[in-house]
Design a binder for this molecule. Structure first.
Ligand SMILES: *Cc1c(COP(=O)(O)O)cnc(C)c1O
Ligand SMILES: [Zn+2]
Length: 418
């Protein structure tokens, strides 16, 4: 018997891996997202004979809960087991019992997306594809690009031409075929589906490919394994399409079914004010009819007006009493600087969004002083230097004269914490 099935999140119909690749043919691309459902007898047997060696294996240490019979020949790029830092400065400043920062910008291509790309390329190889494609605001693209490179696959990447320069350069360096299109991410996504599918390439698009979420859920599982009987009360994570957010629920749920943990933290999906389509759908209540919008935010990675995993994200949030918050671009940019100065972790805008959401939740007393929190930083700050530079002063050029340099030193405070 197979280790898992794919289940439609709307009609509940189950498919074997061979029957359907991407989504339920009855419910369609967006409502018919498939979710991987495991046979827990098999999972338990594998888990009990496994040592969960995160240090040496990263995400593959969770092979018992990944959609492969055998995780052999995994890509030779280390993914996962990212640091979980405790930060006393922020604990004191915001008065919470424990504050942990999960730095997922430490993954090989510098974002959380590597967790999904590792799984996607292994699947593509298992299914004997030679070309993979995706549409992305930038990180999924550069991530797939790097993993395709190490796996010997060709990659075709559809991105909005407005993606940050560093992310596009990353694609060029890795040798992908780049299609930088003069349109929003939402439009680029639709075009990629039309073209990529007709070419018969393997699709690594959010929500369409059911295996991505399985890779992404390893972040929640790492948090659970590292905090064990002291699971945090809250987890804050940013949301665009909603797959990353859903993956936290799935990761904790799967571990609960396995009996590793006994509760699920309250998960807060944080969106940018100008790109809060999931939050809007959630506020309308079941069945969460999406209200697609024109997304506008400095946080390019979560600039999504037509979220592809809106149904799953809303259902999970309702089932587990989670919540959504939105924050302004000003709050996001300020949070990048504050996070860097208090913790040394430099986040890209979407990465700092979770921290901005935490601060708002604390202000609103959603989080209280007895609570412990984990804040997930999903991407590294070097990916987008331009956005944050707008809120920083220009660096003054000095003459190579001692007096001029000392004068500049006098004017400056050495520490400019916010
Ligand atoms: C993709 C991404 C997100 C959000 O993920 P979704 O699945 O689109 O909600 C958040 N932060 C960063 C840095 C990302 O790259
Ligand atoms: Zn269906």
């Amino acid at each position: 018997m197979s280790k898992f099935l794919l289940k439609c999140i709307t009609c509940g119909k189950e498919f074997s891996e061979e029957e359907e690749e991407y989504y339920c043919p009855v419910c369609g691309e967006r409502r018919g997202t498939l979710e991987v459902v495991y046979d827990f007898d098999q999972v338990r047997e594998k888990y009990e004979s496994s040592s969960v060696d995160l240090n040496n294996r990263g995400i593959w240490a969770f092979d018992f809960l990944l959609p492969f019979e055998n995780c052999t020949d995994t890509p030779r790029l280390f993914v996962g087991n990212t640091p979980l830092y405790r930060n006393h400065f922020l604990e004191e400043k915001y008065k919470v019992s424990e504050l942990l920062l999960k730095d997922d910008g430490r993954n090989p291509t510098a974002s959380f997306k590597d967790r999904a790309s590792g799984v996607a390329v292994l699947k593509a190889k298992e299914k004997s594809f030679d070309t993979v494609f995706c549409a992305s605001t930038g990180n999924a693209a550069s991530s797939l690009s790097g993993f395709a490179a190490v796996s010997g696959l060709k990659s075709v990447i559809f991105v909005p031409a407005t993606a940050p320069a560093a992310k596009i350069t990353q694609l060029q360096v890795y040798g992908s075929k780049i299609l930088a299109i003069n349109a929003s991410y939402d439009r680029v996504f639709d075009l990629s589906m039309e073209i990529g599918m007709s070419k018969g390439w393997y699709c690594r698009n959010s929500a369409i490919n059911p295996y991505l979420l399985e890779g992404k859920k390893t972040c929640a599982m790492e948090i659970a394994f590292k905090t064990k009987d002291r699971l945090p009360d809250f987890v804050f994570v940013s949301a665009g399409d909603g797959t990353v957010l859903s993956s936290f629920y799935k990761g904790f749920e799967d571990l609960m079914k396995l009996g590793v943990i006994s509760k699920i933290p309250t998960i807060v999906g944080v969106q940018a004010e100008g790109s809060n389509a999931i939050m809007r759908a959630y506020e309308r209540g079941y069945p969460f009819e999406p209200v697609d919008i024109e997304a506008r935010t400095v946080a390019d990675s979560i600039s999504v007006g037509k979220p592809r995993d809106v149904f799953k994200a809303c259902r999970y949030t309702q089932k587990h009493n989670g919540l959504f918050l939105s924050v302004s671009d000003g709050e996001i940019l300020g949070s990048i600087i504050e996070l860097a100065r208090e913790t040394g972790v430099f986040a890209e805008p979407a990465g700092a969004t979770a921290f901005a959401g935490f601060k708002k939740a604390r202000r609103l007393s959603i989080v209280n002083e007895r609570n412990s929190v984990v804040i997930v930083v999903t991407g590294n700050g070097l990916k987008d230097l331009k956005s944050v530079s707008y809120v920083l002063p220009k660096v003054e050029t000095l003459s190579p004269v001692k007096d001029a340099i000392e004068e500049a030193l006098n004017e400056d405070q050495l520490h400019t914490k916010q």
